[in-house]
Ligand binder design. Structure first.
Ligand SMILES: [Zn+2]
Length: 476
């Protein structure tokens, strides 16, 4: 297979050919080992050799989150997505060369197919879904890490601080393997909950760290705290967000705080990933979009009717694994809406990799919250992330509750706001109120909160993810 040096500059025509070939081999040689897709192909009367190109993928129905997520009745549903070859399947489906290799090399079989690592999805109320990696996949996780470091233009002597929460989640481990794969000096702090913000700030200063990676909400908190303490972040020139969507306006806020902490012209870039995709993608520049790995996955963007849209048109991101082992997915609907997918050469770095527009509405992140009924009308809670990016706000939390905590009472929408020191709260309050009414048609109560108390409510030092939107309505 062509190496990364070649792949990142392939012409669009060659990328299509490469993906067609990888998909064809993957479906013919691997998918028969996947219990879920084995059944799906049979049920829809599709031949494994009938999918020859990425165009042919259209014959396949989509895979939804509900197909994968474990339920009370089917707690082991996600295991059906793991490749599970057995002697019978191998002798029936493996191509001749491959068959000989596998049967006579048990170590190879273990390397390729035995799960050895798990990540979980981060849903709050739904049962977390496990995604399995084999040793073969771990090499690819490390390779995607090397690619990220390459696209981010981090140099070999840079010092990295990993502030992602220590958890069986892709963000932490992708960062771990990116550093390992490139031999970078990296302190894996485990985030606020493990090492604690104080020690992380001291480590950035003491180690003269150049690069800091973590969740956007937490890094904003960490950098603001460093600014208040007059810490010296002079060497920090790159901040990499991951793990969740970056609210509009957050980059600018972080940059301004970084400047106050002594960092000159810092780059603030973000990554995009979902657990099922098994690797993360990164921007080379703030406006570049996320650079994909065309030999690892095939991404298509579809409209509401499931039809593929044209280059640069808005739609849902749909993922297909190419040549992974362990858990694999075909035409998986992520629930994430992007402004577009681009195949033209990146204006910033010259790479020809396909790119996903960075403007992504991560409906899957707050799936259970994304559209909720408040006072009888549907409210898109994602709207708060852009409204609350207001310059006058230090921190915020939205609480949906019942009046007097009585389940039969009407809904109340309470927005807690810790304003910036110089902000005029009354003016801010009115502005927010008007914006929220315009976006959601619900009149909120806007309550001024002390920063320290609000940080505690958000769980900045105690939770894996801060509690930005809380639904405290008791179900009857
Ligand atoms: Zn680029």
């Amino acid at each position: 297979m062509a190496g990364w040096c070649t792949i990142q500059y392939l012409s669009p025509g060659k990328i299509i050919k490469l993906q067609d070939r990888l998909l064809r081999n993957f479906i013919r040689n691997q998918i028969p080992y996947n219990p879920f897709y084995y059944k799906l192909f049979k049920k829809n009367k599709i031949n494994f050799s009938g999918i020859k190109t990425t165009e042919d993928l259209k014959k396949l129905p989509f895979t939804a989150k509900e197909d994968i997520a474990p339920t009370e009745k089917q707690p082991e549903k996600s295991l059906d997505f793991v490749l599970q070859p057995n002697k019978q399947l191998i002798s029936r489906y493996a191509s001749l060369n491959k068959k000989i290799k596998i049967i006579f090399n048990k170590n190879q079989l273990y390397h390729e197919y035995k799960p050895c690592h798990i990540h979980f999805t981060t849903g709050r109320t739904a049962n977390a879904t496990p995604v399995f990696y084999t040793a073969y996949d771990m090499q690819r996780l490390e390779e995607s890490g090397r690619r990220m470091i390459n696209v981010l233009d981090v140099s070999a002597n840079d010092i990295v601080i990993n502030a992602f929460p220590y958890a069986p989640h892709l963000a932490f481990w992708q960062t771990f393997y990116a550093a390992k794969g490139t031999n970078l000096l990296c302190l894996h702090t485990g985030g606020g909950k493990i090492l604690g913000t104080d020690k992380i700030i001291k480590s950035i200063e003491g180690m003269k760290a150049n690069c800091l990676a973590g969740m956007p909400g937490y890094l904003y908190h960490l950098i603001r705290t460093a600014k208040e303490r007059k810490s010296n972040f002079r060497n920090l020139n790159l901040v990499v967000f991951g793990g969740e969507r970056v609210a509009p306006g957050l980059r600018d806020k972080v940059k301004s705080d970084l400047a106050s902490a002594g960092s000159e012209n810092p780059r603030v870039l973000s990554t995009y990933a979902f657990t099922e995709g098994k690797a993360a993608w990164v921007e080379c520049n703030e406006e570049s979009g996320y650079h994909l790995y065309p030999d690892f996955e095939f991404i298509e963007v579809v409209d509401k009717n499931g039809e593929r849209v044209n280059e640069g048109e808005k739609g849902e991101i749909v993922y297909t694994s190419l040549d992974w082992r362990g858990s694999v997915f075909l035409r998986y609907k992520t629930g994430d809406i992007t402004k577009g997918l681009y195949y033209e050469k990146c204006h910033h770095c010259g790479r020809t990799l396909p790119r996903i527009d960075a403007a992504i509405e991560r409906s899957s992140e707050y799936r259970e919250f994304a559209l909720t009924k408040i006072k009888g009308s549907f409210v898109n809670l994602n709207a708060f992330f852009s409204i609350m990016a207001h310059k006058g706000i230090e921190e915020w939390q939205v609480e949906i509750r019942k009046k007097n905590n009585d389940p039969y009472e009407i809904d109340e929408l309470v927005v807690y706001v810790a304003p910036k020191k110089k902000a005029n709260f009354e003016k801010l309050k009115n502005e927010l109120k008007n914006k929220i009414i315009a976006e959601t048609e619900v009149t909120p109560a806007i309550v001024k909160a002390e920063l320290k108390a609000l940080l505690q409510k958000l769980g900045m030092e105690t939770e894996l993810k801060e509690k930005r939107i809380v639904d405290n309505r008791k179900k009857i």
